[in-house]
Design a binder for this molecule. Structure first.
Ligand code: SAH
Length: 358
C-alpha cells in the first residue's frame, strides 16, 4: 500500500522535470500542479524553480523603485480600486518636482531602476511624459526607466522610447477573450492590449506582461491560455500576483486569489522561462506576511519596494489592505534588504537587466 503515494510523487516529479526540460506545459499537467495537495511534490516544484533562477541570476534579487505618480484613471476595470467610477478614491497626481525628488531619494538608497506607474491619466500628455522621462534619464543616465501607464498609441510609445524609457509593464490580465470581457467594460479589448505589448516589444522596449492569480472567472483553461500567450510573446518580465478585492469596486465581495496558487504559478513560469524577470509582488506580500520571501523561494528574482511619497501612499489603493502605506522609502528599502537576507539573498544596486539566454 505504501508504494502508491510513492509512485504518485515519482510521477509528479517526472511531470515537473519534463516542464523544465521542454520549457512548456500541457493543460493536464497545469491542472494537476494547481490541484495537488501533496506537499512533497509542491516543494519539489518550488525547489526546481528556485534552482533554475539561481543558475541564471544567482543569489541576487533585483530591486525596482516604484513611483505611483497618479491615481487618476480614465478606465473602469472592474477589479481595480482606482477605476474612474470609484468615487471613494481620493485622487492625486504628483508634480514633476515630486517625481524627481522620489528619484533623488531612490538613487541615494541604491535604486538603479525607477518604475513610473499610474492610472491612464490624460493630464500626463505625451509632451509632459516625454519631458519627465528626458529629465530623469539626463539626471540618472546609469538608471533604467520603466513605464507602467497603460494602453497608448504606437506613436506615444515611440515618443517615450526616444525620450529614453527602457522598459514597459503592461499586464495582459488574461489571454482569454471571454474572461477579459468579464473583467473589463465593453470599451476595452484584449486584442488592443495584446497589440500594445507586441508594439512595445517590436520597438525595442524590455516588456512585461502578466495577470492576477484568482481573478473572478479565472479557470485552469484561462491560465493555460495565459501561459501560452507568454510563450508566444517571450517577454522579458512577467508580473503575477494574487487578485485582492477592493471594497468599492464591483468585485468588492469576490474571493481573493491564494498565495499557494501564486507560488505554484511563479514556479511554473520560472521553469518554462528560466531567464525571465519575475517579481515577488506587493500583492503577494499583502495576502501573507512572508509572501514576498516565499515568492523568491519559489523562483521570483525581483522586488519592487515603494518610493512614492508617504502622503499619497494610502491613496494608490488598487486593492484592500495594501502593505507599507505608512512607511518611508528608506524603511521599505532596508526592510526589503533584511527580508531577502533572512532567506539567503542579496539585494543588488544595479539596473538589474534581463540576462538573455541567446
Ligand atoms: N494603468 C496601468 C497600471 C495598472 S495597475 C495599466 O493599465 O497597466 C498595475 C496592475 O495592478 C494591474 O495591471 C493589475 O493586474 C493589478 N491590479 C489591479 N487591481 C488589482 C486588484 N484588485 N488585486 C490585485 N491586483 C490588482
Amino acid at each position: 500500500m505504501a508504494s502508491v503515494p510513492k509512485r504518485c510523487i515519482q510521477m509528479l516529479r517526472e511531470i515537473i522535470d519534463r516542464i523544465e526540460r521542454e520549457r512548456n506545459i500541457d493543460r493536464e499537467s497545469l491542472a494537476l500542479l494547481l490541484e495537488i495537495k501533496d506537499q512533497e511534490a509542491v516543494s519539489y516544484l518550488h525547489e526546481r524553480a528556485r534552482e533554475a533562477a539561481d543558475r541564471v541570476y544567482g543569489k541576487q534579487v533585483f530591486i525596482r523603485g516604484l513611483i505611483e505618480f497618479t491615481n487618476y484613471c480614465k478606465n473602469d476595470c472592474f477589479y481595480c480600486g482606482i477605476r474612474r467610477s470609484n468615487t471613494c478614491a481620493d485622487r492625486y497626481r504628483l508634480s514633476e518636482e515630486e517625481i524627481f525628488s522620489c528619484c533623488e531619494r531612490g538613487y541615494e538608497l541604491g535604486f538603479r531602476t525607477f518604475v513610473l506607474q499610474g492610472g491612464e491619466d490624460p493630464y500626463y500628455t505625451d509632451d509632459r511624459m516625454v519631458a519627465i522621462i528626458r529629465k530623469i534619464k539626463r539626471r540618472y543616465p546609469d538608471c533604467a526607466l520603466t513605464l507602467s501607464i497603460g494602453e497608448k498609441t504606437k506613436e506615444s510609445y515611440q515618443a517615450y522610447y526616444e525620450a529614453g524609457a527602457d522598459r514597459y509593464l503592461l499586464r495582459h490580465e488574461t489571454a482569454n477573450e471571454e474572461h477579459y470581457r468579464t473583467l473589463h467594460p465593453a470599451e476595452m479589448s484584449l486584442a488592443n492590449r495584446k497589440q500594445c505589448l507586441w508594439n512595445l516589444k517590436e520597438m525595442g522596449y524590455q516588456v512585461g506582461c502578466g495577470f492576477m492569480v484568482g481573478s473572478p472567472n479565472q479557470t485552469v483553461d484561462t491560465i493555460y491560455e495565459d501561459l501560452q500567450f507568454i510563450r508566444e510573446l517571450q517577454p522579458h518580465m512577467v508580473g503575477i500576483g494574487p487578485f485582492i478585492p477592493q471594497k468599492d469596486t464591483p468585485f468588492g465581495l469576490e474571493k481573493a486569489g491564494t498565495m499557494e496558487n501564486t507560488l505554484r504559478l511563479l514556479s511554473i513560469i520560472r521553469l518554462i522561462h528560466p531567464h525571465v524577470l519575475l517579481p515577488a509582488t506587493t500583492a503577494l506580500g499583502t495576502i501573507h506576511p512572508l509572501g514576498r520571501e516565499k515568492g523568491i523561494q519559489a523562483g521570483a528574482n525581483v522586488v519592487m519596494p515603494n518610493l512614492s511619497p508617504v502622503a499619497v501612499r494610502d491613496k494608490y489603493l488598487l486593492y484592500d489592505n495594501k502593505i507599507c502605506t505608512g512607511d518611508e522609502a528608506a524603511e521599505c528599502r532596508y526592510c526589503m534588504q533584511r527580508r531577502m537576507e533572512s532567506i539567503g539573498y542579496e539585494v543588488v544596486v544595479s539596473r538589474g537587466d534581463y540576462i538573455s539566454d541567446k
